[in-house]
Design a binder for this molecule. Structure first.
Ligand code: SF4
Ligand code: SF4
Length: 203
């Protein structure tokens, strides 16, 4: 998470920790929810804390979050528009991979992931994909990922590996014409969602 964003989030968390309107029990939640753990919220307590805090902040500011929610919904729509081509790309590449990402990569949810999931009223995932280094992603099933694309960490979607880039470059049916610009657009919109949200709850 960028340092500027982290500082703003901590400021907001502290602000709410000091608020007399804070529901009982959330003071400790705020304190741990935005700690600088990398990757963040790996144990169940911290995960629940991040979830509860975001839920609280979104509910408290719900009348001022229409634009943020609209942008989050737009991201969901864009993700939907590339879901099929990404699945086809994966079918062409991942089954023959010697070091599949879902087994070896240390992927994790970041603040933007959790925020967008909550703003679009999706169910929160159970926790970070890995609780400790060396674990396989908990969302990996026998036939691939068990959760919908909207609920996966963004890195699971934006990362196009060299093998896949090669396929995209030479494949006529799986085109990058729509895919790559949409991935770039989603990246920009995710930053917008985060900054709009933080500015709204901090104002
Ligand atoms: S995205 Fe690339 S590196 Fe990851 S599992 Fe598929 S083929 Fe392997
Ligand atoms: S969330 Fe899904 S796509 Fe991402 S690493 Fe885990 S199993 Fe793979």
């Amino acid at each position: 998470m960028p340092v500027y964003t982290q500082i703003k989030i901590q400021t907001v968390a502290e602000q709410f920790c000091n608020s007399i309107a804070l529901p009982s029990g959330l003071d400790r939640v705020c304190a741990v929810a935005f700690e600088d753990n990398a990757p963040s919220w790996r144990n169940d307590q911290l995960w629940q804390a991040a979830d509860s805090t975001l839920h609280y902040l979104i509910d408290r500011h719900r009348h001022h979050l229409a634009q943020v929610k609209g942008t989050a919904e737009c991201i969901k729509g864009l993700l939907s528009s590339i879901d099929n081509v990404l699945d086809r790309l994966c079918c062409e590449s991942c089954s023959q991979c010697t070091a599949p990402c879902c087994l070896v990569a240390d992927v994790s949810y970041d603040f933007r992931d959790l925020l967008i999931i909550q703003l679009t009223d999706l169910a929160m995932p159970t926790g970070q994909p890995r609780r400790s280094a060396g674990e396989v992603c908990r969302y990996l099933g026998p036939a691939g990922c068990l959760i919908p694309r909207f609920q996966r960490p963004w890195i699971c979607t934006w990362y196009i590996c060299p093998v896949q880039k090669k396929i995209l470059a030479g494949h006529h049916e799986i085109s990058s014409d729509h895919l790559l610009p949409v991935i770039a657009d989603i990246g920009k919109l995710r930053k917008q969602v985060e900054s709009l949200f933080i500015d709204t709850i901090a104002s």
